[in-house]
Design a protein around this ligand. Structure first.
Ligand code: NCD
Length: 359
C-alpha cells in the first residue's frame, strides 16, 4: 500500500526526490513509480534481467500463455490526457502480456472532467475499479499528488508516471537504460561510457529522467549539446554534481561525435512555448544527424531517440546498424512488462518458470 500513508502531503511534497524514495515502496517492493531518482542500481539490474527473461519466455506460445496467467486477477487503468503513441501502446501491450485487462481515458472530453470534475477526483474514481493506474498528464506533479492521495485512500493503488509535464518520464528512462545495458553488454556495461544528449534538453522530460538514472553508473560521462536557450536545467545539473557525475555543456555537436558511445537525440518540444512561435526562431539545424555526421561516429556507437522525431534524424540513418531507436521502442514494452510484474510481485514465478523450462 506504500509508505506514503505515514506522511502529510505538504511535508512529502517539499522533500527532495531522493528523500521521497523510501515513501514510494511497500516493504522493500516498488509500489509507486514517479521519478527516475527513486531507482537504485540493483533495481535497474533486476528489472533489466527480468525484462530479458520475459522476452525469452514470450518467444513460445506456451510461454506466452504462462505470462498471460500471471495477472488475470488484476486490472489496469491507462489515463493519458496528453498525446502518446509508444508509451500508451507499449503499456497496453505490457498489460496484455501479463493477462491484465485494462480501461482507458485518452481525452478529458470523454470523461466527467468535461462536467467540471477535477483530475484528482477522476483519478481517485479509477482506484475504485482498477488495481494499477498508469498516467500521463501535462500537469507536472499530478502523478505524485495522486500517488499520495491513493496511498491514503481506502483502497491504495500503485501509480506509474508515464510522463508528467516537462518534468519526468521515469519509465522512458528505464527503457533507455535497458537499451544501453543491452547495447553495451559485451563492452563492460554502461559504466565508463560517454553519452551525448542533443536537442531540447530544457523541456525534454526523457533526458531529465535519463540523466538522473545514469548517476547510478560508475565513471559515466555526460555531454549536453543544445542551443544555449534549450540547455539542460540547473536543477538537474546540481543533482548530477551532488552524485559526482562528470558532465559538460556545449552548443557544438560535430566535434563531439567521435567520442560518443551513445548519442541521444531529441526533438524541439515546442508544445511548451510560452510565446507562440518562440521555438521556431531557434536555429536547431546543427543539432541533427544525417549521413555526413554518421561518418564521424565510432563503429560501435549507438544512436537513440525517445521518438517521435521530426527532422533531427534523417530517414537515411534508419538503415545504419548503429540506429537503435526502433529497438529501443520495443525494449519499452519488455521493461514496462517487467516493471508491472515487479510491482505485483511476480518475479519469483517468472524465474521459476524460466528455470523449469531450461532443464
Ligand atoms: C517523449 C515524451 O512524451 O516525453 N515521447 C515518448 O514518450 N517516447 C518524447 C517526446 O515527446 O519528444
Amino acid at each position: 500500500m506504500g509508505n506514503l500513508r505515514s506522511i502529510e502531503w505538504a511535508a512529502f511534497r517539499d522533500l527532495s526526490p531522493e528523500e521521497k524514495t523510501p515513501y514510494l515502496g511497500d516493504n522493500g517492493r516498488i509500489f509507486h513509480t514517479l521519478y527516475a531518482q527513486q531507482f537504485s542500481r540493483a533495481q535497474l539490474d533486476n528489472l533489466g534481467r527480468l525484462a530479458t527473461r520475459i522476452r525469452g519466455i514470450a518467444k513460445s506460445k506456451e510461454g506466452m500463455l504462462f505470462l498471460k496467467s500471471l495477472l488475470t486477477h488484476k486490472r489496469a487503468m491507462l489515463y493519458f490526457t496528453q498525446p502518446s503513441t509508444r508509451t500508451f501502446l507499449s503499456f497496453c501491450a505490457a498489460t496484455e502480456i501479463l493477462g491484465m485487462p485494462h480501461g482507458e481515458v485518452r481525452d478529458r472530453a470523454t470523461s466527467s472532467e468535461l462536467k467540471g470534475e477535477s483530475a484528482e477526483d477522476s483519478v481517485r474514481t479509477f482506484s475504485s475499479y482498477f488495481d494499477l493506474i498508469i498516467m500521463r498528464s501535462e500537469l507536472g506533479g499530478l502523478a505524485e499528488r495522486m500517488a499520495w492521495v491513493l496511498s491514503n485512500a481506502d483502497r491504495p493503488v500503485p501509480v506509474v508516471n508515464a510522463g508528467s509535464g516537462k518534468d519526468q518520464h521515469p519509465t522512458q528512462a528505464l527503457l533507455d537504460v535497458y537499451t544501453l545495458q543491452r547495447s553495451f553488454e559485451r563492452r563492460g556495461g554502461i559504466d565508463g561510457k560517454h553519452i551525448v544528449f542533443v536537442g531540447d534538453l530544457l523541456r525534454g522530460r526523457t533526458v531529465r529522467s535519463l540523466a538522473c538514472l545514469l548517476s547510478n553508473y560508475e565513471d559515466v560521462e555526460l555531454t549536453f549539446v543544445a542551443p544555449p536557450s534549450l540547455q539542460m536545467a540547473r536543477e538537474i545539473l546540481d543533482q548530477l554534481d551532488a552524485h559526482g557525475v562528470s558532465f559538460r555543456l556545449t552548443d557544438e555537436l560535430l566535434s563531439l561525435l567521435p567520442e560518443a558511445d551513445a548519442v541521444y537525440m531529441t526533438r524541439v518540444q515546442d508544445e511548451w512555448d510560452e510565446v507562440s512561435g518562440e521555438s521556431a526562431a531557434i536555429d536547431v539545424s546543427r543539432y541533427s544527424l544525417g549521413r555526413g555526421e554518421l561518418d564521424r561516429l565510432k563503429q560501435d556507437a549507438i544512436i537513440m531517440h525517445p521518438l517521435p522525431r521530426r527532422n533531427e534524424i534523417a530517414i537515411e540513418v534508419d538503415a545504419d546498424p548503429r540506429a537503435m531507436y526502433w529497438r529501443q521502442m520495443r525494449n519499452g514494452m519488455w521493461i514496462r512488462t517487467a516493471l508491472i510484474a515487479t510491482v505485483f510481485g511476480c518475479e519469483g514465478e517468472i524465474e521459476a518458470y524460466d528455470a523449469g523450462t531450461m532443464v
